[in-house]
Design a binder for this molecule. Structure first.
Ligand SMILES: NC(=O)c1ccc[n+]([C@@H]2O[C@H](COP(=O)([O-])OP(=O)(O)OC[C@H]3O[C@@H](n4cnc5c(N)ncnc54)[C@H](OP(=O)(O)O)[C@@H]3O)[C@@H](O)[C@H]2O)c1
Length: 167
């Protein structure tokens, strides 16, 4: 059972109130992160930026994402989450000024109450069906766009960095 302690814009990871908890994802124009749960995401064009931004920080992922990784996570503490794990406990155990929630859909949903920022790279794709970026969400989330970064080597693809202002 996940508690939902946050009702305003202040991150409230107990014991780590100052930590940035950043969701980072490549998404399609219709808000999908994969065609199905075991698809390796080879269509992403922002893997170099992902590496640059996450190196040196803990990265948290679900077991399906771990099985389908197309990136080498060298230089990062990789934390694989299972259904028995408590997101709050995992975050409380991290000693870092930031950590990244790297997917997939189930893990994005489970960590939604603790997120402080979203880094989303929109790709010019629409899938016939697939995994929504948040599989389940119990609250609306309000975002403030803070930065837009061009993806090196790609044409007209950008990472949008949002701060969560309220959920
Ligand atoms: N586009 C992107 O940026 C991006 C990023 C990351 C991942 N992805 C893609 O997303 C897909 C994986 O996402 P996903 O949502 O399927 O998996 P996931 O979030 O990576 O992992 C599944 C998680 O849900 C748990 N779980 C499974 N069944 C459950 C249940 N009945 N009740 C509670 N928890 C349960 C699993 O625990 P157990 O280990 O105990 O089963 C695990 O923690 C892959 O295709 C991956 O490539 C895309």
């Amino acid at each position: 059972m996940i508690t939902r302690p946050r009702r305003n814009h202040e991150p409230q990871v107990k014991g780590r109130p100052e930590m940035d908890v950043i969701l980072i994802a490549a998404i399609t124009a219709d808000g999908m992160i994969a065609r199905h749960s075991l698809e390796p995401v080879r269509w992403s064009q922002d893997l170099k930026l992902f590496k640059k931004q996450t190196t040196g920080y803990p990265v948290i992922m679900g077991s399906n994402t771990f099985k389908t990784l197309v990136v080498d996570l060298k230089g990062r503490q990789a934390i694989v989450v299972h259904r028995k794990d408590d997101p709050q406990e995992i975050l409380t155990g991290i000693d870092s000024k930031r950590c990244f929630i790297i997917g997939g859909s189930k893990i994005f949903s489970r960590f939604a109450p603790y997120l402080t920022q979203l880094y989303l790279t929109y790709h010019p794709l629409i899938f016939e069906s697939g995994l929504k970026f948040f599989g389940v969400l119990n609250n609306n989330i309000l975002l403030n766009l803070e930065k837009k970064i061009p993806i090196p080597g790609s044409k007209n693809i950008y990472q949008f960095q949002y701060r969560i202002t309220k959920q």
